[in-house]
Design a protein around this ligand. Structure first.
Ligand code: SF4
Length: 508
């Protein structure tokens, strides 16, 4: 029997089982990497996402070659053709692959016509395997991220003082919601000049025109595990101390604030989750960093990231089709072109995404997702956009984050209430409103902020449905203070906004 290994683009780690198990015979074990042009053209991916993926793949292939593996690197239209040729050339009888995180990709592999046995090996890139999460979930009456996170802290003995949480509390989120101050001095992100490999990928993506979304340059992302570890070290040294306090703040022109920019590397396999958690915890003990920052960051990796992955596999495949509010509106054109909106919060955030393929969690949740939710955009449509636009987005991340968290389309499996907000929240947590042509305080009238009329229209449209969520009752009670005449005007403004959007000549 001859074993061959197919390394998938989002598992660029020597720790995966296929490589570990065949380490002793690496010189005789064929390994293949494939870039498929057809596959990436399924969506208008941000160009930097394609460059990161393919450059990181090409770098990892070189590393395996230097380590003595028998590596084949194919750039092709599809996966099947190069796979079949390679299987035949090396007389491979068993193809080993790390189980893909994304269900559609696993199906694609199963649909390939390959003349060999296919073995999916467990994905060891998460702290909790899918089976462990499912068994935890089945033992619970309620599925709460906070419960899961605490379980993880205990299981992996992170930030514990005996059996108790360090500092006496499990969660310091209440200290992590400070609005931005007038003048903040933030560290610049650590950037990397594209090397020869990255440059050739940039040229390839431009030449083949796989996508026209987003700016391809400047491309500053890390593309190897070594560089990703530098990003982690830089974050610990320069950003972690302030990270927590201002993690929800949004400031014009500040693309990264004190955020870690770690997620693209975690999701590609360039960093291991426990490696990240260990680095943060060690820094806490050695440098006496603020606990709210340290705990807040560990919660993102050990709590949210693991929880989203677990829920994705716990839920059935049709989770992606959920649409609790029955929202059907198309995606506003400006999501693909920031210059098309005068709403400054959206304009700034979308301009940033076009330039970097990145936005932090509050920009994603409370600006981009929030607007789509209150305006009634189809959850599937906005999920597709997030999946295409963000550098760290995959099916498993975006279904839970967008369908569940951002759009509340699952009716409350992930969140206990919809993350819907008016301009009030955006004004509190950013400086966007001070430079906007709309008035943050108006919900009707010529200068009414669309976040305001859409917010009240959303609550009014769905008031019966929202009553079933206990946590919405206080918010809903505020509608009673709005007169019928004003509510009618709010509805009109929302409808007129959509009429204008749908008649936009730029719409395809
Ligand atoms: Fe956004 Fe409204 Fe603020 Fe303008 S006023 S930045 S549209 S929330």
């Amino acid at each position: 029997m001859t074993v061959g290994i197919w390394i998938l683009g989002d598992r660029l780690t020597a720790k995966q089982l296929s490589l570990q198990n065949n380490q002793k015979h690496k010189q005789q074990t064929p390994v293949i990497f494939i870039e498929s042009g057809n596959y990436v053209m399924q969506r208008p991916y941000h160009q930097q996402k394609l460059v990161l993926l393919w450059s990181a793949m090409r770098h990892f292939a070189e590393e395996l070659k230097a380590d003595g593996w028998q590596v084949t690197y194919e750039i092709a239209a599809d996966f099947q053709t190069p796979l079949r040729n390679w299987l035949e050339r090396h007389q491979i009888t068993e193809l080993q692959i790390t189980t893909p995180c994304d269900r559609p990709f696993q199906k694609l592999i199963q649909s390939l016509d390959l003349d060999c046995k296919i073995t999916f090996l467990p994905d060891n890139h998460f702290l909790w395997s899918s089976e462990e999460f499912i068994s935890w979930a089945k033992s619970r009456k309620r599925l709460l991220m906070e419960d899961f996170y605490r379980e993880g802290r205990k299981r992996f003995k992170i930030l514990l003082d005996g059996k108790k949480p360090v500092g006496g509390k499990w969660n310091y989120d209440s200290q992590n919601r400070k609005p931005p101050k007038k003048s903040l001095t933030t560290p610049p992100p650590l950037t990397f000049e594209p090397d020869e490999i990255t440059r050739s990928v940039i040229n390839w993506v431009q030449q083949e025109q796989f996508s026209d979304y987003g700016k391809i340059e400047p491309f500053n992302w890390a593309v190897t595990a070594e560089q990703a570890r530098q990003v982690l070290a830089y974050f610990v040294e320069k950003c972690l101390a302030q990270f927590g306090t201002y993690q929800d703040a949004m400031v014009t022109g500040e693309y990264t604030m004190w955020h870690g920019l770690i997620s693209p590397y975690l999701n590609l396999g360039l960093l291991e989750p426990m490696e990240v958690i260990d680095a943060i915890e060690t820094a806490y003990y050695q440098q006496e960093l603020p606990l709210n920052s340290v705990e807040g960051f560990i919660r993102q990796v050990m709590g949210w990231r693991e929880y989203m992955h677990g829920i994705y596999h716990y839920q059935s495949e049709d989770y992606a089709q959920n649409n609790w509010f029955a929202h059907k509106r198309p995606l506003p054109e400006f999501y693909w072109d920031a210059s098309q909106t005068k709403m400054n919060c959206l304009h700034q955030t979308l301009t940033q995404v076009e330039a970097t393929a990145y936005g932090h969690h509050i920009q994603r949740l409370m600006v981009l997702n929030n607007f789509a939710l209150i305006a009634g955009v189809s959850p599937q449509v906005i999920e597709n956009w997030f999946h295409s636009a963000f550098i760290d987005a995959y099916d498993w991340v975006m279904q839970t984050n967008v369908i569940g968290m951002g759009q509340f389309a699952d009716g409350g499996i992930l969140a206990s209430k919809p993350y819907a907000a008016s301009a009030n929240y955006i004004n509190k947590m950013s400086d966007y409103c001070s430079d906007c042509q709309y008035n943050k305080s108006d919900r009707t009238g010529a200068k009414a902020c669309p976040f305001n009329f859409f917010y009240w229209d959303f609550l009014n449209r769905h008031r019966d449905r929202l009553k079933s969520l206990g946590r919405m009752n206080l918010v809903l009670s505020h509608i009673k203070r709005i007169s019928d005449e004003e509510l009618a005007e709010i509805t009109n403004l929302a409808e007129e906004w959509w009429e204008r959007e749908l008649s936009n000549p730029l719409r395809g």
